[in-house]
Design a protein around this ligand. Sequence first.
Ligand code: MG
Length: 182
Amino acid sequence: MLVLLDRDGVLNVNREDYVKAPSELVMLPGSAAAVARLNANGHRVAVCTNQSVVGRGIIGEERLAEIHGRLQQELARAGARLDALFHAPDPPWAASDRRKPGPGMLREAMARLRRGAEPVLFIGDSLSDLQAAHAAGCARVLVRTGHGATVQGRGIPPELLPVRVLESLADAVERLLAEAPA
Ligand SMILES: [Mg+2]
């Protein structure tokens, strides 16, 4: 299976003022170990993240690459790795189809990493994640970390269902592997 992950609120703690430096990247409990479990079970894992912090001119692409270097380090400490990391730098006022809720970035990931017609699962914490995944034809999990509990509380729009709601990435991976071990 191909597992696509949102970044902020799924792998690391969401910051309303954006992750602007490597030191601001704080992993959520168990998230790196969850990616390691997916790796060990033969699933490919990629991140698809909106980073309007770049398009808004708050940080540049070089700084974002440093932040992602830190993310890879944090993952590696748990024996985990990403098969790819995609980001959409667009600001919301000039959003391309790659910026979620558009499906472009997810389609790019699927074109590069999907094997045949295998299932693709998107795990995110925002409504825009669910919308992008729905538009790209991916199965959808909402985690209650980050914005997830708020999104759940407001009610998931019926056209985006089915959506599984789980506590965290660690919880989602545990259940996923129990259901589809390899
Ligand atoms: Mg998020």
